[in-house]
Design a protein around this ligand. Structure first.
Ligand code: DGI
Ligand code: FE
Ligand code: FE
Length: 207
């Protein structure tokens, strides 16, 4: 299978994603690259995973389910449900392999787990998860409509933390996500909860 260059992936994403999603994708890819520089991880892999992390996001839910079913992928009840914000990560990982020639397991896992995280994440997985939350285009939260000063100060602190301590940043993002989900009455996927519990115990976040 032919490997796609980052430049070619960028052009492809520009064609297939909605303009806002494409802007976000660039933000994630380049933020991931800077995190990789600071934390001694592979920059090309960070760029590739960032470019592709939401590659299935603009497909219909039906199409996303089809992609997963074709691969006999077991979906959690939440992933399978209509309007699920989670399934695009799994479908995206399959597309990255099938359409864009990505064979690197670490990149594929970074795409698969960019929404819920998981315990024992690799450095690349953490980088993509965090870059998705802190990229510069997130003017106000991706997980809240709160654009208050308090929220923005908190996001600024999370951004700074990400360049110092990946696990602590991860824990902070998970905690904010769970707070947001419980405020809006959103159902919490067991993987999101497991990830939070794991990093709460193992990181130095003080949460
Ligand atoms: O695709 P993006 O919008 O860039 O961001 P994403 O893939 O991280 O997340 C999509 C949404 O999923 C985001 O608003 C947070 C939400 N999410 C994460 N874990 C859970 C969740 N939503 C629910 N209902 N339950 C979860 O456990
Ligand atoms: Fe996403
Ligand atoms: Fe995203």
């Amino acid at each position: 299978m032919k490997t796609w260059s980052v430049a070619k992936l960028r052009k492809e994403m520009e064609k297939t994603l909605e303009p806002k999603r494409y802007e976000h994708t660039l933000g994630v890819a380049y933020t991931a690259a800077t995190l990789a520089m600071v934390h001694g991880s592979d920059m090309e892999k960070a760029l590739t995973a960032g470019m592709l992390h939401d590659c299935a996001k603009c497909l219909s839910h039906h199409k996303q389910v089809q992609i997963c079913e074709k691969k006999r992928l077991k979906l959690s009840e939440m992933e399978a449900s209509e309007d699920s914000p989670l399934i695009h990560a799994k479908a995206g990982s399959i597309l990255a392999y099938e359409e864009y020639g990505v064979t690197d397991e670490d990149i594929l896992n970074a795409i698969s787990y960019h929404t819920t995280g998981r315990p024992h994440m690799s450095t690349l997985e953490k980088i993509i998860y965090i870059a998705d939350y802190i990229e510069p285009g997130r003017k106000h939260a991706k997980r809240t409509t709160d654009a208050s000063d308090t929220y923005l100060q908190s996001l600024a602190a999370t951004r700074k933390l990400a360049y110092m301590d990946l696990d602590a940043a991860l824990c902070r993002i998970l905690s904010d996500t769970l707070t947001y989900l419980s405020q809006k009455g959103g159902k919490i996927d067991s993987m999101t909860m497991e990830t939070y519990e794991y990093y709460r115990k193992t990181s130095d976040s003080g949460l």
